[in-house]
Design a protein around this ligand. Structure first.
Ligand code: ADP
Length: 485
Protein backbone atom coordinates (compact mmCIF):
# COMPACT_ATOMS: atom_id res chain seq x y z
CA UNK A 1 0.00 0.00 0.00
CA UNK A 2 1.24 3.48 -0.90
CA UNK A 3 1.21 5.84 2.07
CA UNK A 4 2.28 9.47 2.22
CA UNK A 5 3.24 10.83 5.64
CA UNK A 6 2.86 14.63 5.72
CA UNK A 7 4.53 16.44 8.60
CA UNK A 8 6.58 19.53 9.41
CA UNK A 9 9.63 18.04 11.14
CA UNK A 10 11.62 14.82 11.15
CA UNK A 11 14.37 13.43 13.36
CA UNK A 12 17.36 13.80 13.08
CA UNK A 13 17.24 16.68 10.58
CA UNK A 14 14.77 19.02 12.25
CA UNK A 15 13.23 18.49 15.68
CA UNK A 16 11.38 20.71 18.12
CA UNK A 17 9.62 17.91 20.02
CA UNK A 18 8.26 14.39 20.01
CA UNK A 19 6.56 14.87 16.62
CA UNK A 20 9.96 14.67 14.93
CA UNK A 21 10.82 11.43 16.72
CA UNK A 22 7.55 9.90 15.49
CA UNK A 23 8.00 11.21 11.95
CA UNK A 24 11.50 9.72 11.84
CA UNK A 25 10.59 6.31 13.27
CA UNK A 26 7.19 5.51 11.79
CA UNK A 27 8.06 5.32 8.05
CA UNK A 28 10.80 2.67 8.43
CA UNK A 29 8.56 0.70 10.81
CA UNK A 30 5.70 0.79 8.27
CA UNK A 31 8.06 -0.21 5.50
CA UNK A 32 9.26 -3.19 7.55
CA UNK A 33 5.66 -4.37 7.47
CA UNK A 34 5.33 -4.04 3.71
CA UNK A 35 3.97 -0.52 3.19
CA UNK A 36 5.36 1.69 0.41
CA UNK A 37 5.95 4.88 2.41
CA UNK A 38 7.15 8.31 1.42
CA UNK A 39 7.19 11.48 3.48
CA UNK A 40 6.31 15.03 2.48
CA UNK A 41 8.08 17.86 4.26
CA UNK A 42 8.47 21.64 3.96
CA UNK A 43 11.88 22.56 2.56
CA UNK A 44 13.46 23.96 5.72
CA UNK A 45 17.22 24.33 5.25
CA UNK A 46 18.24 21.24 7.29
CA UNK A 47 15.76 19.10 5.36
CA UNK A 48 16.85 20.35 1.94
CA UNK A 49 20.44 19.92 3.09
CA UNK A 50 19.78 16.27 3.93
CA UNK A 51 18.06 15.45 0.63
CA UNK A 52 20.19 13.36 -1.72
CA UNK A 53 19.67 12.69 -5.42
CA UNK A 54 16.96 15.35 -5.59
CA UNK A 55 14.98 15.64 -8.80
CA UNK A 56 12.28 18.17 -9.57
CA UNK A 57 8.89 16.46 -9.70
CA UNK A 58 6.80 19.50 -10.52
CA UNK A 59 6.40 23.24 -10.30
CA UNK A 60 3.62 23.83 -7.82
CA UNK A 61 0.58 25.87 -8.74
CA UNK A 62 -1.31 26.22 -5.49
CA UNK A 63 -4.13 28.75 -4.87
CA UNK A 64 -3.15 32.30 -5.77
CA UNK A 65 -2.23 33.52 -2.29
CA UNK A 66 0.38 30.76 -1.99
CA UNK A 67 1.61 30.94 -5.59
CA UNK A 68 3.83 33.95 -4.94
CA UNK A 69 6.53 31.67 -3.62
CA UNK A 70 7.34 29.99 -6.95
CA UNK A 71 7.46 26.67 -5.17
CA UNK A 72 8.82 23.41 -6.60
CA UNK A 73 8.38 19.87 -5.43
CA UNK A 74 11.57 17.84 -5.15
CA UNK A 75 11.89 14.11 -4.67
CA UNK A 76 14.92 12.32 -3.28
CA UNK A 77 16.23 10.35 -0.37
CA UNK A 78 16.85 11.45 3.20
CA UNK A 79 19.57 8.95 4.19
CA UNK A 80 19.72 10.29 7.75
CA UNK A 81 16.05 9.33 8.13
CA UNK A 82 16.22 6.20 5.99
CA UNK A 83 13.24 7.37 3.95
CA UNK A 84 12.28 8.60 0.47
CA UNK A 85 10.90 12.08 0.60
CA UNK A 86 9.10 14.80 -1.27
CA UNK A 87 10.31 18.21 -0.17
CA UNK A 88 8.60 21.51 -0.97
CA UNK A 89 11.29 23.90 -2.12
CA UNK A 90 9.83 27.33 -1.38
CA UNK A 91 12.64 29.51 0.00
CA UNK A 92 10.29 32.45 0.51
CA UNK A 93 8.34 30.36 2.98
CA UNK A 94 10.83 28.06 4.61
CA UNK A 95 14.23 29.79 4.65
CA UNK A 96 13.95 32.09 7.63
CA UNK A 97 16.37 33.24 10.28
CA UNK A 98 14.33 31.88 13.21
CA UNK A 99 12.79 28.48 13.92
CA UNK A 100 10.38 26.52 11.72
CA UNK A 101 7.25 28.07 13.24
CA UNK A 102 8.36 31.31 14.89
CA UNK A 103 11.09 33.93 14.64
CA UNK A 104 14.01 34.26 17.02
CA UNK A 105 11.79 36.25 19.39
CA UNK A 106 9.29 33.35 19.52
CA UNK A 107 6.69 35.30 17.50
CA UNK A 108 4.84 33.00 15.06
CA UNK A 109 5.40 34.05 11.44
CA UNK A 110 2.51 36.16 10.13
CA UNK A 111 2.09 33.93 7.06
CA UNK A 112 2.07 30.56 8.89
CA UNK A 113 -1.38 29.82 7.49
CA UNK A 114 0.06 29.95 3.97
CA UNK A 115 3.35 28.24 4.80
CA UNK A 116 1.52 25.22 6.17
CA UNK A 117 -1.53 25.32 3.88
CA UNK A 118 1.02 24.69 1.13
CA UNK A 119 2.04 21.48 2.91
CA UNK A 120 -1.55 20.20 3.07
CA UNK A 121 -2.31 21.36 -0.46
CA UNK A 122 0.76 19.57 -1.86
CA UNK A 123 -0.14 16.34 -0.05
CA UNK A 124 -3.56 16.42 -1.71
CA UNK A 125 -1.99 17.26 -5.07
CA UNK A 126 0.26 14.19 -4.80
CA UNK A 127 -2.84 12.09 -4.19
CA UNK A 128 -4.27 13.54 -7.40
CA UNK A 129 -1.33 12.58 -9.60
CA UNK A 130 1.18 15.43 -9.21
CA UNK A 131 3.92 12.78 -9.49
CA UNK A 132 2.96 10.61 -12.47
CA UNK A 133 5.06 7.73 -11.10
CA UNK A 134 3.73 7.49 -7.58
CA UNK A 135 0.46 8.47 -5.87
CA UNK A 136 -0.58 7.55 -2.34
CA UNK A 137 -3.71 5.56 -1.51
CA UNK A 138 -3.59 7.00 1.99
CA UNK A 139 -2.38 10.40 3.14
CA UNK A 140 -1.41 10.40 6.82
CA UNK A 141 -1.20 13.97 8.10
CA UNK A 142 0.38 14.89 11.43
CA UNK A 143 -0.55 17.82 13.69
CA UNK A 144 -1.93 21.19 12.67
CA UNK A 145 0.88 21.91 10.19
CA UNK A 146 -0.38 19.19 7.83
CA UNK A 147 -4.01 19.27 8.91
CA UNK A 148 -5.38 20.91 5.77
CA UNK A 149 -4.44 17.84 3.71
CA UNK A 150 -7.73 16.04 4.54
CA UNK A 151 -9.68 19.25 3.75
CA UNK A 152 -8.02 19.63 0.32
CA UNK A 153 -8.63 15.93 -0.33
CA UNK A 154 -12.30 16.33 0.53
CA UNK A 155 -12.56 19.41 -1.72
CA UNK A 156 -10.97 17.43 -4.57
CA UNK A 157 -13.34 14.52 -3.98
CA UNK A 158 -16.35 16.84 -4.04
CA UNK A 159 -15.14 18.38 -7.30
CA UNK A 160 -14.46 14.97 -8.88
CA UNK A 161 -17.59 13.32 -7.52
CA UNK A 162 -15.49 10.43 -6.16
CA UNK A 163 -12.83 9.98 -3.45
CA UNK A 164 -9.25 10.67 -4.57
CA UNK A 165 -7.36 9.16 -1.64
CA UNK A 166 -8.17 8.32 1.94
CA UNK A 167 -6.79 10.23 4.89
CA UNK A 168 -5.70 9.66 8.46
CA UNK A 169 -5.03 12.58 10.76
CA UNK A 170 -2.98 12.20 13.93
CA UNK A 171 -3.05 14.67 16.82
CA UNK A 172 0.27 14.85 18.63
CA UNK A 173 -0.82 17.72 20.86
CA UNK A 174 -4.33 19.16 20.81
CA UNK A 175 -3.12 22.35 22.51
CA UNK A 176 -1.40 23.59 19.33
CA UNK A 177 -4.22 24.03 16.82
CA UNK A 178 -3.08 26.49 14.17
CA UNK A 179 -5.68 29.16 14.84
CA UNK A 180 -5.88 32.11 12.42
CA UNK A 181 -8.02 35.13 11.66
CA UNK A 182 -11.10 34.20 9.60
CA UNK A 183 -10.11 36.58 6.78
CA UNK A 184 -7.30 34.17 5.84
CA UNK A 185 -9.76 31.45 4.88
CA UNK A 186 -10.29 33.08 1.48
CA UNK A 187 -6.56 32.67 0.73
CA UNK A 188 -6.65 28.87 1.04
CA UNK A 189 -8.67 28.11 -2.09
CA UNK A 190 -11.06 25.81 -0.26
CA UNK A 191 -14.79 25.80 -1.12
CA UNK A 192 -16.72 28.56 0.71
CA UNK A 193 -18.95 26.08 2.49
CA UNK A 194 -15.91 24.62 4.32
CA UNK A 195 -15.89 27.74 6.51
CA UNK A 196 -18.68 26.50 8.76
CA UNK A 197 -19.17 24.90 12.14
CA UNK A 198 -19.16 21.61 10.20
CA UNK A 199 -15.79 22.46 8.70
CA UNK A 200 -12.76 24.59 9.54
CA UNK A 201 -14.52 27.42 11.38
CA UNK A 202 -13.94 27.62 15.13
CA UNK A 203 -15.65 30.39 17.09
CA UNK A 204 -15.28 32.77 14.15
CA UNK A 205 -11.67 31.79 13.47
CA UNK A 206 -9.91 29.51 11.01
CA UNK A 207 -8.67 26.35 12.76
CA UNK A 208 -6.27 24.02 10.94
CA UNK A 209 -6.46 21.27 13.58
CA UNK A 210 -10.23 21.21 13.22
CA UNK A 211 -9.87 20.69 9.46
CA UNK A 212 -7.89 17.52 10.13
CA UNK A 213 -10.29 16.32 12.78
CA UNK A 214 -13.37 17.03 10.68
CA UNK A 215 -12.34 15.92 7.19
CA UNK A 216 -9.99 12.96 7.74
CA UNK A 217 -11.47 9.49 7.22
CA UNK A 218 -9.89 8.33 10.46
CA UNK A 219 -8.38 10.29 13.32
CA UNK A 220 -5.92 9.13 15.90
CA UNK A 221 -3.87 10.38 18.75
CA UNK A 222 -0.80 9.01 20.44
CA UNK A 223 -2.18 7.11 23.44
CA UNK A 224 -5.45 5.44 24.43
CA UNK A 225 -5.84 7.54 27.58
CA UNK A 226 -5.30 10.84 25.73
CA UNK A 227 -7.85 9.67 23.13
CA UNK A 228 -10.37 9.44 25.97
CA UNK A 229 -9.27 12.60 27.76
CA UNK A 230 -9.62 14.86 24.71
CA UNK A 231 -13.28 13.90 24.44
CA UNK A 232 -13.89 15.74 27.73
CA UNK A 233 -14.16 19.48 28.29
CA UNK A 234 -11.11 19.67 30.54
CA UNK A 235 -8.64 18.48 27.91
CA UNK A 236 -10.67 18.88 24.74
CA UNK A 237 -9.36 22.43 24.05
CA UNK A 238 -12.80 23.34 22.70
CA UNK A 239 -12.77 20.48 20.19
CA UNK A 240 -14.16 17.82 22.53
CA UNK A 241 -17.63 17.97 20.96
CA UNK A 242 -16.26 17.12 17.52
CA UNK A 243 -14.05 14.42 19.03
CA UNK A 244 -17.03 12.88 20.82
CA UNK A 245 -19.03 12.94 17.58
CA UNK A 246 -16.23 11.04 15.88
CA UNK A 247 -15.39 8.77 18.83
CA UNK A 248 -15.99 5.63 16.80
CA UNK A 249 -13.42 6.81 14.22
CA UNK A 250 -10.85 7.94 16.78
CA UNK A 251 -8.08 5.63 17.97
CA UNK A 252 -5.26 5.99 20.47
CA UNK A 253 -2.05 4.39 19.22
CA UNK A 254 0.95 4.57 21.55
CA UNK A 255 4.24 5.82 20.20
CA UNK A 256 7.26 3.55 20.39
CA UNK A 257 10.96 3.99 20.94
CA UNK A 258 13.25 4.09 17.92
CA UNK A 259 15.80 1.53 19.06
CA UNK A 260 18.27 2.53 16.39
CA UNK A 261 18.52 5.85 18.27
CA UNK A 262 17.57 5.03 21.87
CA UNK A 263 19.15 1.80 23.07
CA UNK A 264 21.62 1.78 25.99
CA UNK A 265 23.39 -1.28 24.60
CA UNK A 266 24.33 0.45 21.34
CA UNK A 267 23.85 4.20 21.93
CA UNK A 268 26.83 5.84 20.24
CA UNK A 269 26.34 8.99 22.30
CA UNK A 270 27.26 7.16 25.53
CA UNK A 271 30.76 6.47 26.82
CA UNK A 272 29.71 3.13 28.38
CA UNK A 273 27.06 0.74 27.16
CA UNK A 274 24.79 -1.41 29.25
CA UNK A 275 21.74 -3.62 29.25
CA UNK A 276 19.60 -5.24 31.91
CA UNK A 277 22.26 -7.88 32.56
CA UNK A 278 25.16 -5.41 32.79
CA UNK A 279 23.83 -2.54 34.85
CA UNK A 280 27.23 -1.88 36.41
CA UNK A 281 28.01 0.02 33.19
CA UNK A 282 25.03 2.28 33.87
CA UNK A 283 26.86 3.22 37.08
CA UNK A 284 29.76 4.37 34.89
CA UNK A 285 27.36 6.58 32.92
CA UNK A 286 26.26 8.05 36.25
CA UNK A 287 29.75 8.86 37.53
CA UNK A 288 30.67 10.36 34.14
CA UNK A 289 27.55 12.51 34.30
CA UNK A 290 28.30 13.68 37.84
CA UNK A 291 31.79 14.67 36.74
CA UNK A 292 30.50 16.45 33.64
CA UNK A 293 27.96 18.43 35.65
CA UNK A 294 30.17 19.15 38.66
CA UNK A 295 27.83 17.26 40.98
CA UNK A 296 29.19 15.58 44.10
CA UNK A 297 30.65 12.26 42.84
CA UNK A 298 28.43 10.10 45.05
CA UNK A 299 27.40 6.72 43.65
CA UNK A 300 24.78 6.25 46.36
CA UNK A 301 22.86 9.50 45.74
CA UNK A 302 20.00 9.01 43.30
CA UNK A 303 19.92 11.51 40.43
CA UNK A 304 16.47 12.77 39.45
CA UNK A 305 16.49 14.27 35.96
CA UNK A 306 14.27 16.20 33.55
CA UNK A 307 14.59 16.46 29.75
CA UNK A 308 11.87 18.74 28.52
CA UNK A 309 10.55 21.76 26.77
CA UNK A 310 10.02 24.28 29.57
CA UNK A 311 6.32 25.03 29.17
CA UNK A 312 3.29 25.21 31.38
CA UNK A 313 2.16 21.80 30.05
CA UNK A 314 5.10 19.95 31.56
CA UNK A 315 4.37 20.74 35.24
CA UNK A 316 7.92 21.88 35.91
CA UNK A 317 6.98 24.44 38.54
CA UNK A 318 6.08 21.40 40.66
CA UNK A 319 9.62 20.16 40.15
CA UNK A 320 11.02 23.57 41.12
CA UNK A 321 9.06 23.45 44.36
CA UNK A 322 10.09 19.85 45.05
CA UNK A 323 13.84 20.18 44.37
CA UNK A 324 14.86 21.55 47.82
CA UNK A 325 13.07 18.66 49.55
CA UNK A 326 14.60 16.10 47.20
CA UNK A 327 18.06 17.51 47.86
CA UNK A 328 17.46 17.53 51.63
CA UNK A 329 16.59 13.85 51.34
CA UNK A 330 19.97 13.11 49.78
CA UNK A 331 19.11 13.18 46.08
CA UNK A 332 20.70 15.12 43.23
CA UNK A 333 18.83 16.88 40.45
CA UNK A 334 19.78 17.64 36.83
CA UNK A 335 17.72 19.32 34.13
CA UNK A 336 18.09 19.80 30.37
CA UNK A 337 15.51 22.08 28.86
CA UNK A 338 14.65 25.30 27.13
CA UNK A 339 11.61 27.48 26.75
CA UNK A 340 9.80 29.71 29.22
CA UNK A 341 12.16 32.47 30.37
CA UNK A 342 10.81 32.50 33.94
CA UNK A 343 11.34 28.76 34.37
CA UNK A 344 14.80 28.98 32.82
CA UNK A 345 15.80 31.69 35.30
CA UNK A 346 14.32 29.81 38.27
CA UNK A 347 16.11 26.57 37.44
CA UNK A 348 19.36 28.44 36.85
CA UNK A 349 19.02 30.06 40.27
CA UNK A 350 18.37 26.65 41.88
CA UNK A 351 21.60 25.32 40.38
CA UNK A 352 23.61 28.37 41.44
CA UNK A 353 22.31 28.02 45.00
CA UNK A 354 23.49 24.41 45.30
CA UNK A 355 25.92 23.42 42.53
CA UNK A 356 27.05 20.21 44.21
CA UNK A 357 23.51 18.81 44.13
CA UNK A 358 21.68 20.66 41.33
CA UNK A 359 22.79 21.05 37.72
CA UNK A 360 20.90 22.81 34.96
CA UNK A 361 21.71 22.94 31.28
CA UNK A 362 19.58 25.33 29.27
CA UNK A 363 19.19 24.81 25.54
CA UNK A 364 18.57 21.99 23.15
CA UNK A 365 21.21 19.23 23.14
CA UNK A 366 20.40 15.83 21.68
CA UNK A 367 23.66 14.17 22.76
CA UNK A 368 23.42 15.46 26.32
CA UNK A 369 19.80 14.24 26.52
CA UNK A 370 21.13 10.70 25.98
CA UNK A 371 23.92 11.07 28.56
CA UNK A 372 21.55 12.58 31.09
CA UNK A 373 18.91 9.89 30.76
CA UNK A 374 21.49 7.10 30.84
CA UNK A 375 23.32 8.51 33.86
CA UNK A 376 20.29 9.33 36.01
CA UNK A 377 18.27 7.05 38.28
CA UNK A 378 14.82 8.64 37.97
CA UNK A 379 13.28 10.74 35.18
CA UNK A 380 10.54 13.18 36.20
CA UNK A 381 7.57 13.81 33.89
CA UNK A 382 4.90 15.51 36.04
CA UNK A 383 2.87 16.89 33.13
CA UNK A 384 -0.45 18.66 33.48
CA UNK A 385 -1.42 16.84 30.28
CA UNK A 386 0.65 14.56 28.05
CA UNK A 387 -0.54 13.12 24.72
CA UNK A 388 2.02 10.28 24.82
CA UNK A 389 5.33 11.48 26.19
CA UNK A 390 8.57 9.99 24.94
CA UNK A 391 11.08 10.73 27.68
CA UNK A 392 9.40 8.34 30.13
CA UNK A 393 9.67 5.64 27.44
CA UNK A 394 13.37 6.41 27.02
CA UNK A 395 13.65 6.28 30.83
CA UNK A 396 12.07 2.81 30.97
CA UNK A 397 14.34 1.56 28.22
CA UNK A 398 17.45 2.99 29.93
CA UNK A 399 16.57 1.65 33.40
CA UNK A 400 15.99 5.23 34.60
CA UNK A 401 12.72 4.78 36.41
CA UNK A 402 10.03 7.26 35.36
CA UNK A 403 8.20 9.27 37.99
CA UNK A 404 5.09 10.55 36.22
CA UNK A 405 1.68 12.02 36.72
CA UNK A 406 -1.21 9.67 35.90
CA UNK A 407 -2.35 11.43 32.74
CA UNK A 408 -2.43 10.70 28.98
CA UNK A 409 0.27 8.43 27.65
CA UNK A 410 2.13 8.57 30.96
CA UNK A 411 -0.75 6.64 32.56
CA UNK A 412 -0.61 4.09 29.75
CA UNK A 413 3.11 3.39 29.92
CA UNK A 414 4.24 3.51 33.56
CA UNK A 415 3.02 1.13 36.29
CA UNK A 416 3.29 2.42 39.84
CA UNK A 417 5.50 0.68 42.40
CA UNK A 418 3.56 -0.39 45.47
CA UNK A 419 3.95 -3.35 47.76
CA UNK A 420 1.37 -5.32 45.80
CA UNK A 421 2.90 -4.50 42.39
CA UNK A 422 6.58 -4.78 43.30
CA UNK A 423 6.87 -8.41 42.22
CA UNK A 424 4.42 -8.23 39.32
CA UNK A 425 4.24 -5.15 37.14
CA UNK A 426 5.91 -2.11 38.78
CA UNK A 427 8.03 -0.05 36.37
CA UNK A 428 8.11 3.42 37.96
CA UNK A 429 6.26 5.85 40.20
CA UNK A 430 2.89 7.43 39.48
CA UNK A 431 1.01 10.23 41.25
CA UNK A 432 -2.40 11.79 40.68
CA UNK A 433 -2.70 15.20 42.33
CA UNK A 434 -1.13 17.96 40.26
CA UNK A 435 0.88 19.47 43.12
CA UNK A 436 4.41 19.45 44.52
CA UNK A 437 3.08 17.42 47.46
CA UNK A 438 1.72 14.79 45.08
CA UNK A 439 5.03 14.62 43.27
CA UNK A 440 6.97 14.41 46.53
CA UNK A 441 4.86 11.51 47.81
CA UNK A 442 5.84 9.54 44.73
CA UNK A 443 9.44 10.69 45.16
CA UNK A 444 9.38 9.35 48.75
CA UNK A 445 8.49 5.94 47.35
CA UNK A 446 11.25 6.23 44.78
CA UNK A 447 13.78 7.10 47.47
CA UNK A 448 12.60 4.22 49.68
CA UNK A 449 12.92 1.77 46.82
CA UNK A 450 16.34 3.16 45.89
CA UNK A 451 17.59 2.23 49.37
CA UNK A 452 16.54 -1.39 48.77
CA UNK A 453 18.94 -2.13 45.97
CA UNK A 454 17.69 -5.64 45.15
CA UNK A 455 14.13 -4.36 44.75
CA UNK A 456 15.33 -1.36 42.74
CA UNK A 457 17.21 -3.69 40.41
CA UNK A 458 14.15 -5.87 39.95
CA UNK A 459 11.98 -2.90 38.94
CA UNK A 460 14.75 -1.53 36.73
CA UNK A 461 15.09 -4.84 34.89
CA UNK A 462 11.33 -5.06 34.40
CA UNK A 463 11.22 -1.48 33.07
CA UNK A 464 13.99 -2.28 30.59
CA UNK A 465 12.16 -5.40 29.43
CA UNK A 466 8.96 -3.56 28.50
CA UNK A 467 8.16 -3.98 24.79
CA UNK A 468 8.78 -0.57 23.30
CA UNK A 469 9.61 -0.82 19.59
CA UNK A 470 7.62 0.74 16.77
CA UNK A 471 6.33 -2.55 15.35
CA UNK A 472 3.11 -2.62 17.39
CA UNK A 473 2.23 0.98 16.51
CA UNK A 474 3.11 0.42 12.85
CA UNK A 475 0.82 -2.60 12.59
CA UNK A 476 -2.01 -0.61 14.19
CA UNK A 477 -1.57 2.27 11.75
CA UNK A 478 -1.47 -0.20 8.87
CA UNK A 479 -4.71 -1.75 10.09
CA UNK A 480 -6.27 1.76 10.07
CA UNK A 481 -5.04 2.39 6.52
CA UNK A 482 -6.47 -0.95 5.37
CA UNK A 483 -9.86 -0.16 6.92
CA UNK A 484 -10.23 2.92 4.73
CA UNK A 485 -8.18 2.23 1.59
P1 ADP B 1 6.92 17.10 23.49
O1 ADP B 1 6.74 16.59 22.10
O2 ADP B 1 5.66 17.60 24.14
O3 ADP B 1 8.04 18.09 23.63
P2 ADP B 1 7.78 14.37 24.11
O4 ADP B 1 8.17 13.74 25.41
O5 ADP B 1 6.77 13.67 23.28
O6 ADP B 1 7.35 15.86 24.44
O7 ADP B 1 9.08 14.51 23.19
C1 ADP B 1 10.13 15.35 23.55
C2 ADP B 1 11.34 14.98 22.72
O8 ADP B 1 12.23 16.09 22.68
C3 ADP B 1 12.15 13.83 23.31
O9 ADP B 1 12.83 13.16 22.27
C4 ADP B 1 13.15 14.56 24.21
O10 ADP B 1 14.31 13.81 24.46
C5 ADP B 1 13.44 15.77 23.38
N1 ADP B 1 13.85 16.97 24.12
C6 ADP B 1 13.07 17.81 24.84
N2 ADP B 1 13.79 18.84 25.32
C7 ADP B 1 15.05 18.64 24.89
C8 ADP B 1 16.29 19.38 25.04
N3 ADP B 1 16.33 20.51 25.72
N4 ADP B 1 17.40 18.89 24.44
C9 ADP B 1 17.34 17.74 23.74
N5 ADP B 1 16.23 17.00 23.56
C10 ADP B 1 15.10 17.45 24.12
Amino acid sequence: MRVLQACAEIFPLLKTGGLADVAGALPPALRAQGADVRVLLPGFAPILGGLEGAVEVARLSPPAAMAATGARLLYGRLPACNVDAYVIDAPGYYHRAGGPYADAGHHPYADNHLRFALLGWTAAALAQGLDPYWAPAVVHAHDWHAALAPAYLRAAAEAAGRPVARSVYTVHNLAYQGLFDARHFAELGLPDHFFAMHGVEFHGHLNFMKAGLYYADRISTVSPTYAREIQGTEQGCGLDGLLRDRAHELSGILNGVDESVWNPATDTLLASHYDAARLEFKAECKSTLQRELGLEPAADKPIFCVVSRLTEQKGLHLVLQAVPTLIAQGAQFALLGSGDAGLEAAFRAAAEANPAAVAVKLGYDEAFAHRLIAGSDVILVPSRFEPCGLTQLYGLHYGTLPLVRRVGGLADTVADTRLETLDTDATGFVFDEFSAAGLLQAADRALALYRRSADWLQVQRRAMAQPCGWDVAASRYLALYRQIA
